[in-house]
Design a protein around this ligand. Structure first.
Ligand code: DC
Length: 217
């Protein structure tokens, strides 16, 4: 599995803003298709938690990279671990959400996490990978690329832990940052999940995968 040489990548890339249904779709697909599931947002959140714990500000680039390189981050079966400690709940706080969004503008942070994300897929094989820049930057050769969209009112209902204002602020950073902003790439399939049932969205993408998936020959 190597995307540097334009080879086929056994990845379903699921991109979109917060609350558009990425996690629901990715976990349903991974279960149905027997693929691994990586939530790249969790890697940004784990990095953010490390920096909060160490008191490092989001503009201290060198210190940020050093601190992140000193810890071991893992993501297994939907749970996040820092140095073996389960931090799945800790990374969902509003404070971590805000810090994750701030550090995500740093090209150095993005490069460090991109390497971690690619290594994760190398180790786990065929994967459903959700995030913001998966189809555009992390796995541009993904076999299937999906971009999810949903109306703001539905998104903030889905993200009950976030204030509408917090969500708006993060949207602005996600969409407008210079390094790997959230974009809908040309070869992605756009799905509006505002009114669609999760099983319908799953069905659509699973069908797409069945058509494009690698065959054993
Ligand atoms: O999907 P999430 O809300 O858990 O992501 C947390 C933050 O990480 C979000 O503000 C955007 C950032 N992020 C990113 O920039 N690129 C990704 N591939 C995934 C997340």
């Amino acid at each position: 599995m190597d995307n540097e040489e334009g080879k086929r990548i056994d990845v379903i890339a699921v991109d979109g803003l917060a609350g558009t249904g990425k996690s629901t779709l990715a976990s349903r697909l991974s279960e149905r298709l027997g693929m691994s599931h990586l939530d790249t947002g969790a890697s940004f959140r784990m990095a953010a938690l490390v920096l909060i714990q160490k008191g490092i500000a989001p503009d201290e680039n060198e210190k940020m990279i050093e601190a992140i390189s000193q810890v071991e981050m893992a993501f297994e079966n939907g749970a996040s671990y820092i140095n073996g400690l389960d931090v799945s709940r800790d990374i969902r706080s509003e404070k971590v959400s805000s810090m994750a969004s701030k550090i995500a503008v740093s090209p150095e942070i993005r490069r460090t996490l991109l390497e971690w994300q690619r290594a994760w897929v190398d180790a786990h094989g065929a994967s459903v990978v959700e995030g913001r820049d998966i189809g555009s930057v992390v796995f541009p050769e993904a076999l299937v690329k999906v971009y999810l969209y949903a109306d703001d009112s539905v998104r903030s209902k889905r993200r009950t832990e976030s204030s509408a204002e917090g969500l708006r602020e993060r949207d602005q950073r996600d969409l407008n940052r210079e390094a790997a902003p959230t974009v809908q790439v040309q070869d992605s399939v756009v799905i509006d999940t505002t009114l669609l049932e999760p099983e319908k969205v799953e069905e659509l993408v699973a069908q797409l995968w069945m058509v494009r998936r690698p065959t054993e020959d």
